[in-house]
Each structure stands twice: as structure tokens, then as C-alpha cells.
Ligand binder design. Structure first.
Ligand code: FAD
Length: 412
């Protein structure tokens, strides 16, 4: 029987919720994760392919590996890291895009980032698309790469928020999956699964957490729900918390869907190489060949394109990728391809997107989202992070910070 009255309830058991609960549990706090899915991990999700490969459908890269707190946890779990240079750090597929062209594009990307920093320093939070040179040769490609990174096109993205993003540019992976490692870190924590929270009533001394499987109550809560869930539901909190709804709406989730495709005679391609389907528009795929040296292509389809493909159904992703790859590698290439796995994060009812970006003018909403209410409602999750938003390590840090705030409130 699950205990329904606890000291602290953690709403959502992804990276942030697990990190918060671990910390509270270590301090002897009576706490419980209330999670909608039948598993912990949220947007960190590894599936096992019948061939034995672990496939990360959500986070895969331990970004900023030299200061990423998950690295120590993965090490303690005895996991194997892959420290190969990521495809975006290499010059690859020169038969499709000559090395000189790739260098020129990198220079254009550097110039765009420099303009982002200069503009952000003035406090002018305009859409990043305003900073593209008129009729710039690389504008389509810049938009494609940024849409893949952020899940949203440049016309929707805040200059100041992007400028605040921090990255040490050391990127590692886990052979058995980032999602699997995060889920393992949650093992043994008290959690109730398949229990979507529908309303949080904080009008009385004890907070009532209404779920599809009955009510729970707690003295304090940590809310780690994705911004899509908070922003779409004005009635989630009672009394309403319009500042939270507004903050969440300023930080929508972009979309990035991963499709894995098996590739025959894969050795023809260099391991960890990549190519974009097109260089002239944002709506194109990013194709990572032979990740970990495996005989497959990891395809990223992002932004508005991914929304459109999701509306058409699973098959549309594979068809789109095959069309682009055949256009690059010649007719007959399609015969070498077979779909393996896809997760549609936009259609996922407990994510409704991939990771957060700030719309122009909303960069400071991250702090507004993270701010506690009455020392009883605390907030965590990747969108609350000022410098590491959209990442699993950013989520971790916000979870620990929220737990620290709960512990401090307990001592009052
Ligand atoms: C395709 C993709 C690729 C990515 N790649 C990377 C990467 O390479 N590196 C990286 O660092 N990050 C990456 N990310 C981002 C990273 O996965 C997320 O930032 C991180 O996992 C978010 O953790 P969180 O705890 O903030 O949110 P979540 O993981 O979303 O946790 C929130 C939890 O709340 C639950 N929930 C939702 N609604 C309810 C409800 N009503 N009641 C109860 N529970 C509910 C959810 O099921 C979920 O478990 C990627 C994400 C995606 C989708």
C-alpha cells in the first residue's frame, strides 16, 4: 500500500525529480515521487533494440562532461563511457560537403554566435533570426543547425537566453544509455507510477495532490513537470499561479524527434560522421551515421518539420529521411535502410515536446519558474536552469537546488 500522506511530494520522476528525491531521502526526509508514466526517467529514456543495442530516444550526450554531475553517478554505477568526438566536432562526409565548405559554414556559425553575444549584452532580446545577414549564403543551414540544437527555428528563439547557455564542449556518451543510467539512479526511491497529477490544491495547510488514482497530501512539494504541462493547464494549481503559467508559456518545449534506421553495408561510411539533408532550409534532417560504430543512422528531425511529420504519423518520418538520404547518396540507397525505432515527443502526453527554449523577451522567465511559492511549493526541471537549460545535467542541478531549499525551509 502506498502511503498517501507524506512530508514532501515530488511531482514528476524525470532527471530533476530523481535528483531531488535522492537528496531528500539521503537527509531522511519522508518523500514520494508521483509520476504519470509506468517508469522513472521522463525525457531520459533508453530502449533496448533486439540486436542488443541500447538506444537513447531522449538525452544521449553528457554535455559539459567535465562538470556534469551525472558523470560521477555513471562512474559509480560502473558504466562504460564513449569519449569519441561528436559528429559536430569533426569534418566528415567531405564527398557530400567539401571540407572547405564545412570550414566556411563553421565560420558563419561563429559569427552568428558573436552577434548573439553582442546583441544580448545590450539587453535587446530580439528573435535570433533578426541577426542573420540579409540574404546570407548560410542562413538556411544556420537555421537547420540551430533548429536541431534547440528544437525551434531562429525566429522563435530569444537572443539573451541562447547567450546564457553554457557548455564546456566536452561531450561523452554511455554505451548502455544515458536514460538507463538515470533510471537506475531512481531505483529504490519511493515512487508511485502511472499516477498523473491533475490538480494541486495549496489553499490549506497541507497541500492536496489530486491524481487519477486518488488524492495524496504533503507539507511541501517539488514540481518538476515539463513547461508544456504547466503552461497548458491554468487550473493545475488552486489557487491559480498565473506567474507560473506565464513563465511556462514563455519557455515552450521545442521539438526534436529521433529516428533510428538500420543501414546495410554501413562500413562504407566513417563512424560518427554526419550530414544534413539540405543546406538551404531549416526543415531538414540531421543524419548521424554509425553512432558508436553501429550499423545504423541516428536521424534528428526537429522544429516545425517534426510537428508536421508527427501529424502524419510514424511512417512519415522514415519516408522523409529516405527521400533526403536517397537524394544525397543516389537511388538504390533506400534498399539499404530499415526503420528501427522512433519516439514522437510532441505526441507524448507527458512531455508534449523535447526541451525548452525561451521566446524573445522571456529569458528571465527561467528564474520566475524556479522561484518557490510560500516556502511550500518548489520548482525544478531543465527549464528552471539559467545556463544549462534543455539538458539532463541542468535538470539534475535544479532538482538538487530545490531539495536544498526544501531542507532549508524544514530548518526554519
Ligand atoms: C530527443 C531528445 C534528445 C535530447 N538530447 C539530450 C542530450 O543529448 N543531452 C542532454 O543533456 N539532454 C538532452 N535532452 C533533454 C533531456 O532529456 C531533458 O532536458 C531532461 O531529461 C529533462 O528532465 P526533467 O526532469 O526536467 O523533465 P522530465 O524528464 O520531463 O521529467 C518530468 C516528469 O514528469 C512526468 N509527468 C508529466 N506530466 C505529469 C503529471 N500530470 N503527473 C505526474 N507526472 C507527470 C513525466 O512523465 C516526467 O517523468 C534530449 C531530449 C530529447 C527529447
Amino acid at each position: 500500500m502506498t502511503k498517501r500522506s507524506v512530508d514532501v511530494a515530488i511531482i514528476g520522476g524525470g532527471a530533476a525529480g530523481i535528483a531531488a528525491t535522492r537528496k531528500l531521502t539521503a537527509h531522511g526526509v519522508d518523500c514520494l515521487i508521483i509520476e504519470a508514466r509506468d517508469r522513472l526517467g521522463g525525457r531520459a529514456c533508453t530502449i533496448r533494440h533486439p540486436s542488443g543495442y541500447a538506444l537513447d530516444m531522449g538525452c544521449g550526450w553528457l554535455h559539459s562532461a567535465d562538470c556534469n554531475p551525472w558523470v560521477a553517478i555513471a562512474t559509480a554505477q560502473g558504466r562504460s563511457f564513449d569519449k569519441a568526438l561528436p559528429p559536430w566536432g569533426r569534418t566528415t562526409m567531405t564527398e557530400i560537403v567539401p571540407a572547405k565548405t564545412q570550414r566556411a559554414f563553421r565560420a558563419a556559425m561563429g559569427e552568428l554566435f558573436a552577434r548573439v553575444s553582442e546583441t544580448a549584452a545590450t539587453g535587446d532580446d530580439r528573435p535570433i533570426s533578426d541577426l542573420l545577414p540579409p540574404n546570407g549564403k548560410w542562413n538556411g543551414m544556420l537555421n537547420a543547425v540551430m533548429t536541431y540544437i534547440a528544437g525551434a527555428e531562429l525566429d522563435r528563439m530569444s537572443t539573451i537566453d541562447l547567450d546564457r547557455y553554457d557548455d564546456t564542449e566536452l561531450n561523452w556518451r554511455l554505451v548502455d544509455g544515458y536514460g538507463a543510467m538515470i533510471a537506475s539512479f531512481g531505483e529504490g526511491l519511493r515512487a508511485v507510477l502511472e499516477c498523473p497529477v491533475t490538480r494541486i490544491d495549496h489553499s490549506r495547510k497541507r497541500i492536496a495532490i489530486e491524481t487519477s488514482r486518488g488524492d495524496f497530501d504533503a507539507n511541501r512539494i517539488i514540481v518538476t513537470l515539463p513547461t508544456s504541462i504547466i503552461g497548458d493547464n491554468e487550473n493545475l494549481f488552486h489557487p491559480a499561479l498565473p506567474a507560473k503559467t506565464q513563465a511556462a508559456r514563455g519557455l515552450p518545449l521545442g521539438l526534436d524527434d529521433k529516428l533510428f534506421i538500420a543501414l546495410d553495408n554501413a562500413e562504407e561510411f566513417e563512424a560518427e560522421s554526419r550530414v544534413f539533408g539540405r543546406t538551404d532550409r531549416a526543415g531538414t534532417g540531421n543524419y548521424h551515421f554509425r553512432p558508436f560504430g553501429r550499423p545504423m543512422i541516428e536521424c534528428y528531425l526537429a522544429g516545425r518539420l517534426a510537428r508536421e511529420l508527427e501529424a502524419e504519423g510514424d511512417a512519415a518520418f522514415f519516408d522523409f529521411a529516405v527521400d533526403e538520404l536517397t537524394a544525397l547518396f543516389g537511388s538504390g540507397f533506400d534498399k539499404r535502410l530499415k526503420p528501427i525505432a522512433l519516439h514522437r515527443w510532441g505526441a507524448d502526453p507527458y512531455a508534449r515536446g523535447a526541451y525548452s527554449y525561451a521566446i524573445p523577451g522571456a529569458a528571465d522567465q527561467r528564474a520566475a519558474l524556479a522561484a518557490p511559492v510560500d516556502d511550500r511549493l518548489f520548482f525544478a526541471g531543465e527549464a528552471c536552469s539559467r545556463h544549462d537549460f534543455s539538458t539532463a545535467h541542468g535538470a539534475f542541478v535544479t532538482g538538487v537546488e530545490a531539495a536544498d531549499r526544501v531542507l532549508a525551509a524544514h530548518r526554519l
